[in-house]
Write a protein that binds this ligand. Structure first.
Ligand code: MN
Length: 147
């Protein structure tokens, strides 16, 4: 795992976001976070701790709490684990300029992982239960809650 893409996109002298490094994930202690990102277009970033980084997807319509309501989730660059605590203002002119706010955060449990799909249980305050992410084309995935 590498954070090269994440670090290349940002000037850490200008943005308050963490530079980060690949972390060591504790067994059974994996985290997820959903960040409301008011950038040029409002979206929600969904991130899952996998192999020491936060695998990340931008979800334009946000994560649904309703079963079987599929939401488009576009995979973005891996983020450092400490990004799960980030809230703040990314300055104008910088990558992702706008406001980042944590919508929910908590532990999660991976149930099944393949190259093209993840099945997992979220244990957040607002989002909980079994969810699926599956890759249908290029960087495009669907995210939905199971019944
Ligand atoms: Mn974003």
């Amino acid at each position: 795992m590498t954070l090269k893409k994440y670090q290349e996109k940002r000037k850490f002298s200008k943005t308050p976001e963490p530079k980060g490094e690949v972390g060591k994930s504790g067994v059974g202690d994996k985290i997820f976070v959903i960040q409301k990102h008011q950038a040029s277009h409002l979206h929600y970033d969904f991130r899952l701790e996998i192999d020491g980084v936060l695998k990340s997807w931008a979800v334009p319509k946000g994560v649904s709490k309703k079963a079987n309501e599929k939401r488009l989730a576009v995979m973005t660059e891996d983020h450092p684990l400490e990004y799960a605590n980030f809230e703040g203002e990314i300055p104008e002119g910088e990558y992702g300029a706008g406001t980042v706010e944590i919508a929910d955060k908590g532990k999660y449990e991976m149930i099944e992982a393949t190259e093209k799909s993840f099945k997992f249980i979220l244990y957040g305050k607002k989002f909980s239960g079994e969810y699926v992410l599956f890759n249908f084309k290029d960087k495009n995935w669907f995210l939905f809650k199971m019944k």
